[in-house]
Design a protein around this ligand. Structure first.
Ligand SMILES: Cc1ncc(COP(=O)(O)O)c(C=O)c1O
Length: 601
């Protein structure tokens, strides 16, 4: 995935730096006490040096464009002091100035002390069900001088501007964006406005992810490498280990009890994926190793049957290599050629070009729904409608959309859709391909072996129907069980709530990041999810990533397997923090503080 490697000399490069102390204090207070200090720091830049933020992305699929964070918490669990629309942060956020306020609770405060480079042994077991009686208050750090600029108005972006009375004691880079306004039980509207509100319990969510509660290089881990892979909730670990510890058997091939159990679990996993993708029938779900294998399957099976010399395969400029190279193989094998939908300098596809690119020669369109390098959300429905108008099928790469936004392959009318389990909080080595029934039935198998057959003689083999036809050999049964548990987990949290919460994190982080002196954002599409790629000319990406790693902040530095996309911007690699629904506003603050520290030295 990345060409970034840790080198010991740089890892230990720790110049004497007043910022290091500040960040360490910040981190410790956040992680150990649940609030930010109002530390006096003479060396910090003054608020005059503050750069106005660049406009953040404005919309996210699955979340209404007029989405606004409620001005007051709606959870029943909210303390009285935090309720009401006219939110006073010193009351709304537990504050040291209010002796009656409930004690600060931060998402990262867990029963166990973080362990050095290992998951906390005291991390809670079992799965937390958001909204259940064991839900915890939504904890936010105390920022003494932050305030809602217009507390009466609901807002979709935290109001910006410097405080009315800036204090020398405050972090200038934390002052210009007002943080989220609730202290407990934040509620997010569902995509469907008529549906009930879903409470998103960030602290409860974080407790479910043991890997988040460890120290790395002496700091609490801040995992911002979610576009590469995600951590797993305890429910996924439990489901996988329970499968091996109790139900382990090969599937479909024996009459004994354990075979029955494991077959049931495996097929239940298929049904969960069907629901996750909104497919009509579970026969349309083929288990594969991940997105890469799913695309290769379609290219080699559907492609070898339907694509010939002189034909064209249409992809886009912002694809992951997994959605480029398999089509190049097919083009080489068949004499077809690749064509590419161009993008603009924000990293958005230029859809006006699409009608010209869709011709009688075009046999398939394959595009990603969300770019892993730029974060762009592509209007796949529009692309599909245009392609279908010419009778051309479309494959959608859902590797980066499935962790963040609700999916419905029927509403989207995708012909094929692929995603990876490890990016949706499930195990590695498992993923799924959705294909419309009639397409899968017409496609030849691509690998031969056990399980994909109905009958075999030395003269001929009769194949099974889809999906078994494409699942030769013993599948990753435990992987399917774990993936099913991950999907259950996402459903319990609520995918529209996940989308809304992450979007608020992205909107919060974007102007702060763009305010880092000299930082150049890479990928500034209006519709974005999760990804905050950037470069800082004069400081290598490797150095930035290592500097952050020294502070426990995991981001990816590299080409992200999307070289053509990055080269459009004249760069070979970027630094890529990427968000998931277990990240917090306080973690964004740590990232921003660490970057300010770096650019000052
Ligand atoms: C957009 C996109 N497509 C495809 C892939 C490949 O996924 P996997 O390596 O899980 O097969 C990735 C992985 O980062 C991705 O981000």
């Amino acid at each position: 995935m990345s060409d970034f490697r840790l080198e010991p000399d740089l890892l230990h490069e720790a110049p004497a730096d007043p910022f290091a102390d500040i960040i360490a204090k910040l981190a410790n207070e956040i992680f150990n006490e649940g609030r930010l200090p109002a530390t006096s720091v003479d060396t910090l830049p003054s608020s005059e040096q503050f750069q106005p933020p660049v406009a953040p992305p404005t919309a996210v699929a699955g979340v209404p464009s007029n989405f606004s964070r409620p001005s007051a918490p709606t959870s029943d669990a909210a303390p009285a002091s935090s309720q009401g629309s006219n939110v006073d942060l010193s009351g709304g956020f537990p504050s040291s100035h209010n002796p009656d306020a409930p004690p600060p609770v931060h998402p990262t405060v867990v029963a166990a002390e973080p362990h050095e480079d290992s998951p906390g042994s005291g991390t809670p077991q079992g799965s937390h069900v958001p909204g259940s009686s064991d839900s915890h208050e939504f904890g936010e750090p105390t920022f003494k001088t932050w305030e809602r600029r217009n507390p009466e108005q609901p807002h979709s972006l935290w109001e910006t501007g410097t405080p009315d009375s800036p204090s020398e004691n405050d972090f200038y880079f934390l002052q210009h964006v007002t943080p989220p306004s609730s202290a407990s039980g934040v509620a997010f509207p569902r995509a469907n406005a008529s549906a009930p509100f879903t409470s998103f319990d960030i602290e409860g969510v974080r407790r479910d992810f043991p890997a988040l509660h460890q120290r790395v290089n002496g700091h609490p881990l801040v995992w911002l490498d979610n576009a590469a892979t995600t951590h797993k909730p305890q429910a996924v670990l439990d489901a996988t280990s329970s499968f091996y510890g109790r139900d382990n058997s090969n599937i479909h091939r024996a009459a004994h009890t354990l075979a029955g159990r494991s077959t049931e679990l495996f097929e239940a996993g298929r049904e969960k994926v069907r629901q996750f993708l909104g497919a009509a029938d579970k026969k349309e779900i083929v288990f594969v190793r991940g997105t890469t294998e799913g695309i290769n399957l379609v290219a080699q099976s559907w492609g070898r049957k339907n694509v010939g010399a002189g034909d064209e395969i249409l992809i886009s400029n912002l694809e992951h290599h997994a959605n480029i190279v398999p089509w190049q193989f097919l083009a080489e094998q068949t004499g077809a050629s690749l064509r590419v939908i161009p993008m603009n300098d924000r990293g958005e596809l230029i859809l006006e070009e699409l009608p010209k690119l869709l011709t009688d020669k075009t046999k398939i369109v394959s595009v990603t729904q969300v770019s892993n390098a730029l974060g762009t959300i592509n209007p796949v429905e529009e692309i599909i409608a245009l392609a279908h108008a010419r009778g051309i099928p479309v494959l959608v790469d859902g590797a980066q959309s499935t962790p963040h936004i609700p999916i419905n392959v029927q509403a989207m009318d995708a012909d094929f859709f692929v995603f990876s389990g490890h990016k949706v909080f499930g195990p590695t080595g498992i993923g799924a391909l959705y294909g419309k029934s009639h397409l899968l039935e017409e496609m030849p198998p691509w690998q031969g072996g056990g399980h994909m057959i109905k009958d075999v003689t030395f003269e001929r083999t009769v194949y099974n129907h889809a999906p078994e036809k494409f699942e030769a050999g013993t599948p990753d049964i435990a992987g399917v069980v774990g993936l099913g548990a991950a999907i259950d987990y996402m459903f319990r949290v609520g995918i529209p709530a996940i989308a809304a919460y992450e979007h608020s994190l992205l909107e919060y982080a974007t102007p702060l990041l763009h305010g880092i002196p000299g930082l150049r954002p890479i990928g500034t599409a209006h519709h974005k999810a999760s990804v905050l790629g950037f470069v800082i000319p004069g400081i290598s990406n490797e150095k930035i990533a290592k500097h952050l790693d020294q502070q426990g902040i995991a981001v990816r530095g590299g080409h992200h397997c999307a070289m053509p996309a990055l080269r459009h911007f004249g760069v070979e690699s970027t630094v890529r923090p990427s968000l998931a629904f277990y990240n917090t506003f306080a973690e964004v603050d740590l990232l921003i503080a660490a970057l300010h520290q770096l650019v000052r030295h």
